[in-house]
Design a protein around this ligand. Sequence first.
Ligand code: DWN
Ligand code: SAH
Ligand code: ZN
Length: 406
Amino acid sequence: MECRVCSGKLHGFADFGRQPLSDHFVLPGDPAPEFFFHLAVGVCEDCSMAQLLEEVPRERMFHESYPYLSSGSAVMREHFEGVAKRLLATELTGPDPFVVELGCNDGTMLKTVADAGVRHLGVEPSGGVADLAAARGVRVRKDFFEAGVAAAVRAADGPADVIYAANTLCHIPYVDSILSGADALLRPGGVLVFEDPYLGDIVTRRSFDQIYDEHFYFFCAASVRAMARRHGFELVDVERLPVHGGEVRYTLARRGARTPTPAVAALLAEEEARGLTELATLRDFAARVAANRDDLVALLTGLRDQGARVYGYGATAKSATVLNYCGIGPDLVAFVCDTTPAKQGRLTPGSHIPVRGPEAFADPYPDYALLLAWNHAEEIMAKETAFREAGGRWILYVPEVHLVGA
Ligand code: DWN
Ligand code: SAH
Ligand code: ZN
């Protein structure tokens, strides 16, 4: 197997077997067979990029009915408002600034930019969510960002001061086309800023469910710096973020354009000291993940045998990995509650657990709730205090299987 970034040799370190498309929520009775692929991860011995071993064609994942909405979490809405304000205050201060967002989804971040009257463009291939962004007054182009699209945007709108992407760059295997596109689109002092789940947090928190079809790369400072350098960019800043279970925001500038901040050297040194991208570290992670699976299956099976009622909370894309890897179906988790309209009334991919609206959670409360949206634990537990007051307990499976409440 060859590295998708540098063609170096890949070494597999974790295997989750046959998995469905994580955001393909199945209509009950739909006769069309589901698409499955082999979910396994490896690391490159040359550039140290962790990545999937099999690539799912992008049109199967990102299309008209892609269901995920960035606006589904209050914490994330606030986060993106903060991102927009900061970009406006730091990078978009010149005359007639221009910002491009890759994977703008429903416009949660760009809405603040649009409201400030600043020139912007969202590039978003998933038509349904792009329409929601447009309805919020955000200018969107329905396309997969890549080199050709970058050139067309540059020709039509001129150079960009910032290209920003949240939870999107790690979804794009064809990173050479993204970076050459960024080179074509950015003005000389412009920056590419992106934030994605951090490999360091995935290993520490054992959050193996960050691994699914859409997440192709698992970035860290070392691998991002190597990737940037192949394309004439330098990693000039890193910032750890608490959202989505631990992310890093990377800033790339053309080589020589900006001096890297001390945070870059510090994170590189930390990764080196803990051997983050060494095969032994990653194989140890995989072994611990298998133990979590055994513990979770034992807990849920025991609860079923006792006659306890268990619901799932949050029909996340991540949960496809947990549910299918652990073989959890409707016999163990009766249904999953989720606020996303496009997921309700459907079945979870592969595992076929019904998805219902949030009102079903209290009608009546279950004895236990499997928190599949564990990255939003604080927000969800704060709004579901009555569940715990009624004696309910949360089941978490990261960093290990444990109960919260009662
Ligand atoms: O990277 C990605 C991230 C940004 O979003 C994409 N590949 C797909 C998606 O991943 P996810 O589905 O794992 O993301 P979330 O943000 O963990 O999904 C949370 C789910 O839980 C949503 O379906 C909304 C739902 N939810 C809810 O029902 N009640 C969320 C909150 C906060 C709530 O209170
Ligand atoms: N930025 C949002 C959405 C993340 S979900 C947030 O953080 O909440 C990932 C998004 O990337 C999806 O909306 C998907 O349609 C989009 N995407 C996938 N490939 C892309 C590409 N090549 N260019 C731009 N967007 C892409
Ligand atoms: Zn490589």
